[in-house]
Structures are given as C-alpha cells and as structure tokens.
Design a protein around this ligand. Structure first.
Ligand SMILES: *Cc1c(COP(=O)(O)O)cnc(C)c1O
Length: 430
C-alpha cells in the first residue's frame, strides 16, 4: 500500500472523520442543521424512506445531518460500521437493552458499573422483566459462570466508574464468542483514544458523550456503535433484528441492513418509536470537542497519574484506586490495555472516614464539587452520599464506595496548581 492510501491515524480522524466541507456553501466547519423536516424529492422517495427501503433524511427525530456527522465520526474512531446518537448516556444504555431484549430475556452484567447504569438495570428488571445476572467478580470465568440459557448479551465497562479498574475485554469477549452472545461495552471512561473495545472483540460499544468526548462539560449526549460483525441469525432470539416487522411491509433488518442490523434496529425502534434523539446543537458541540480528544486524553492521563502518586504518599490518605500505581490490584490489566494510564477518574479514601471526606471536599478551592466527570476542569464528589446513594450496601462495596471514599475527575489544569489545592484541603483535616 502506498503511503497515500494508508488510512489516517487516530488524531487525524478525530479532526476529519465523518465531516467534510459543506457541499452547498463550502463552510469548513460542520453546519448545524436546525430543521425538523427535510423536503422529499418525490412521493416515491418519501414512501421508500418510510418503508425502510432507502435511507435519507425525513424528520430529525430519526436522523439529522449534523447528528449524522457526529455518528460517523465516533463510529470511525471506535472502528465500528455505524453509530446512532441519542440524548444521553442513559438513553444509549436503555436503547441497547430494549433493542436487544424483550420481557423475560436476561443478560450477564459486570458487578462493577456506574451507579446510573445499575439503577436503570434495576428499574428495567422490576417493571419490564429484563433480568441482569451479575457476575460474581471481574474475571472472564466469573462472567461465564453467570450465563443462563435465557441470556442475550454480556454488559461491562472498559474502565470502571468510579474505581478506574481496567476490564479484561479480550477475556470476556472470548467468553461471549464461546456462548454466541454479543459483548456490549460502555466505553465512557476510556474514550476511543485509550481503548477501542471492538479491537478486543466487543460487538456493541456505547458512550455517554457528556464526558471526555464533548470534553468541556457543556452538553449531554450518548452514542451507540455497531461493530457490524455479530451473527444475529445464527445466535437466535433477537426478534426485532431478525424477524419481519409487519407494519413495515415485512421488513427484516438483517436482510435490509446486512452490515449493521443492530444500528438499524436502534434507529427504527429506538429513535423513531421511543424518540430520545440528540439535538443538532449538542451534536455540533460534541463534534468540536472530539477534535481535541487525543491531545486532551494525554494531559488528563498525565495529570491523573501525578495526582494519584501524590495522594498515595500523603499521610491522611488510606488508599488510592488508580491501577497504574506500582503494586495496585489490576496493575497488569491497566498496563496491558492502557499503557498511558487508565484515564483520569479514580477514587481514594481518607483515614479520617466520612467526616474527613466531606471536610476535604468542602475545603477544595480550585477543584469543583461536582457530579460530572471527564471534563477539562478538575472535579470531586463524595459518591456514597450522591452518585451511589441509591445503591444497596453490597453494590456500594462492589464499586469500592465507602463513606470515606472521594471520587476525583482530573482535568487539564497545571499539575502543580492541582497538587497545591489538594495539599491545602488535606491540611485542613488536621
Ligand atoms: C455518565 C455516565 C453514564 C450516563 O451518561 P449520561 O450522559 O450522564 O446520561 C453512563 N456510563 C458511565 C460510565 C458514565 O460515566
């Protein structure tokens, strides 16, 4: 292959993939198409789009050109064949669960997940009978042992929120393949700059784009990526994907969209029927954020490594959960999957317990007390009284969230200023 034909590298694709100069005006930046509807060329085209016989823009609930540019860019960065953007990370997870499964189906879930994911899983179990079967631990064998005949998927995060554990995606993907199940990965804490789960065998990757992808904490969104290689017909049990849709003249998604039938199902059922589409404005802001993702992630990782090392040596600190520090549990996996560091979200515990944790957070000046993560500014929160508040004690324990635990999301400020702020706040603990 000549050098000219070589696919562009990641940093180039973060800036260029999925968006070109606007053919109508020459605008270099992706235009924001604030329109609900798109004029049809003909009555035949309108009918074909509605029947799913051809793709095209008709109504922005289902697709919009600005949103489509974002979908193409994230799919490209993840190595997926298609992306579907939605209004939040929670919507992304809901659409994945409800598109893959019907009432009575089950799935294997990682025992360590973002609190909001656990909450959604519990509610969809109680009200709609979609049953999570939690693995007992994080090893691939634990996921395998949790599989039951009614399981339709395996769910995990690539890097766990909030404890920064790096998950053995290759091992879990091998289990998924052995049992003919799609592996679904929440890649929010890694972003495709650190881990691309499809390269490790994942079939579906989803994100909260509210975090590292948009980058500045200015907009909420989500995206679902379809690797386009799972054999739904062979595995069986996915009626939305492999069986005719009577109200669409018997449309079968695996026949009409053989490359990406899962993404098509998310669009037809998830966006057209359920309706949690992304606003073009939010898609635009997220696209702008992604252009600097590779640069930002380098700095996020470097700052987080410095802060974690500082905290580990501080006398007021009991432990730090940041697997790249020498001797930490999970260090091997972190070195293998994230040689530059497992992102910038991690937890640590104060020897003085809950009172020390709350005093410390209140004393921070530069670092904001905020529930968000993965943005340019450094943030801190007390998970057991906020993000993990609704979880039962055993789930808090699985997430390593105790009353003494603080979660940090380290931003892009100067490292010395961050450490100075942490030092003055720790000094207040006496
Ligand atoms: C924030 C987050 C979500 C939910 O995303 P929203 O955009 O806030 O709805 C899901 N998974 C992880 C790992 C998250 O950090």
């Amino acid at each position: 292959m000549t050098d000219q034909n070589r696919p562009h590298r990641f940093a180039t694709r973060a800036i260029h993939a999925g968006a070109a100069p606007d053919p109508a005006t020459g605008a270099r930046v992706q235009p924001i198409y604030f329109t609900n509807g798109f004029v049809f060329d003909s009555t035949e085209q309108a009918a074909d789009i509605f029947a799913g016989r051809r793709t095209g823009f008709s109504y922005s609930r289902g697709s919009n050109p600005t949103v489509a540019a974002l979908e193409r860019r994230i799919a490209d960065l993840e190595g997926a064949k298609a992306g579907v953007a939605v209004s939040s990370g929670q919507s992304a997870m809901q659409l994945v669960l409800m598109t893959l499964m019907k009432s009575g189906d089950a799935y294997v879930a990682s025992p360590r997940l973002f609190g909001g994911s656990l909450g959604l899983m519990r509610r969809l179990d109680g009200r709609y009978d979609l049953k999570p079967r939690f693995a007992r631990g994080m090893a691939p064998e634990d996921f395998e042992a949790a599989i039951t005949p009614d399981c339709r998927a395996i769910f995990c995060e690539s890097i766990v929120n909030p404890c920064a554990s790096v998950v053995d995606l290759d091992g879990i993907a091998a289990v998924a393949r052995r049992h003919n199940l799609p592996l679904v990965v929440d890649n929010t804490l890694a972003s495709p700059a650190l881990i691309r789960p499809i390269e490790h065998g994942a079939d579906i990757v989803w994100h909260s784009t509210s975090k590292f992808l948009s980058g500045s904490g200015q907009t909420i969104g989500g995206v679902i990526c379809d690797a386009g290689r799972f054999d739904w017909e062979k595995a069986g049990g996915y009626n939305l994907i492999t069986e005719p849709w009577p109200d669409y003249d018997g449309l079968v998604l695996t026949k009409a969209f053989p490359e990406t039938p899962f993404a098509a199902a998310c669009r037809f059922f998830g966006l057209r029927d359920l309706g949690p589409g992304l606003s073009p404005m939010n898609a635009f802001l997220t696209l702008m954020g992604i252009e600097t993702l590779p640069l930002r992630m380098e700095r996020h990782c470097a700052n987080a490594r410095a802060v974690a090392a500082f905290l580990k040596d501080h006398p007021a600190v009991d432990w730090v959960s940041y697997p790249m520090l020498p001797g930490q549990p999970g260090e091997d996996l972190a070195r293998r999957y994230t040689p530059n560091g497992p992102g910038s979200i991690f937890t640590f515990a104060l020897k003085g317990g809950e009172r020390a944790a709350l005093t410390f957070i209140a004393a921070l000046e530069l670092i904001s007390h905020l529930v968000n993560i993965g943005e340019i500014k450094s943030l801190a929160i007390h998970p057991s009284s906020t993000t993990h508040r609704q979880l039962p004690e055993h789930e808090k324990a699985a997430a390593q969230v105790g009353p003494e635990t603080v979660r940090l999301s380290i931003g892009l400020e100067d490292e010395a200023d961050l450490i100075a702020d942490l030092t003055q706040a720790l000094d207040r603990l006496g």
